[in-house]
Design a protein around this ligand. Sequence first.
Ligand SMILES: Cc1ncc(COP(=O)(O)O)c(C=O)c1O
Length: 371
Amino acid sequence: MQVPAFDLTRQNEQLAKPLAEAYQKVVAGGNFILGEAVKRFEAEMAEVLRVKHAVAVANGSDALVLALMALEIGPGDEVIVPGFTFFATAGAVCRVGATPVFADVLPGSYNLNPAAVRTKVTSRTKAIVPVHLFGGPAAMAELMALASEYNVAVIEDAAQSGGSICGGLPTGSIGDLGCFSFFPTKNLGCFGDGGMVTTQSDALAEKLRMLRVHGARKKYYHELLGFNSRLDTLQAAILQVKLPHLGEWLARRQAIAAKYREGLKGVPGIHLPDEAEGHTYNQFTITTPRRDALREYLAAHAIGSTIYYPLGLHLQPVFSGLGYGRGDLPVTEELTETVLSLPVFPELSEAEQEYVIAKILKFSEGETCRK
Ligand SMILES: Cc1ncc(COP(=O)(O)O)c(C=O)c1O
């Protein structure tokens, strides 16, 4: 048996007919930029995410840049981000000329540690960017309280957590702004790049709608310095076909996570991620001190696995000028050496998952015998 880390083709095969019809409709309509499908998709997402405004943009990285621009964050400002996340969370801060300040994460949830964030706040701090990593909700109640104590904004990086719930609210609807990605492997993915910014604020939404079209409210009259970041009509049409299935797909991800928990409970040397209500398991990420050996063993048995992420952002070469060193974010650094993401996607079969679990158990038995 072969088990891929993820397989996008299975979902597309199931939806082949409606996807083809959606594609043909857009092609026949001839309106490829910010067309009707984009407007309808924005309205549908606003409803699902329980926000007043959803502004579709070109990708999740732009969503973060545009959110920072809408808050007028720039040179001289600091933005607190986790050290353990995808590059874009911090890259976006630099794109607007501000400085990312890296805070450590919690070992079981892999998300921002509010106590670590508190130690990083200065008079220059303008925003905190909690990431709901792997679909697991960040400690939003504590982080929102901290943000209000210091009067700084909160931008949720919900790129990996489309459909996750945190304290009864959809992730991306809690902070001042929420940023989503529709990269193909996300909970809701399109056939290329896509993204979205959500907000409850009329003023911020108006600004975002201008910023994504070079700062123009009226065509060819530019009031702000924006750039070109729009969701293609074609991608919106594809996302509209997929959105009604999101609930069942997330339930399947949660069922797969539950089965991993059951199958791997108490296995020596394997640590499971914290359980959290509303987690949607865009990744099911374990930690183990023998990570590289386990990964090789799984690969030898045709099982895909992924390391998200092998290097903390504070240690990335591009940020060397910021003065961080090894030991500054100990939890992040330990995670980069121990995390392993196992296959999880809605179409993963029971037999495939049982095979993955059986191989991990076999590997662990061997490890225990060797000790
Ligand atoms: C946490 C996080 N933030 C931001 C992004 C950026 O999204 P995109 O790839 O759509 O630009 C991603 C995507 O991988 C992500 O995982």
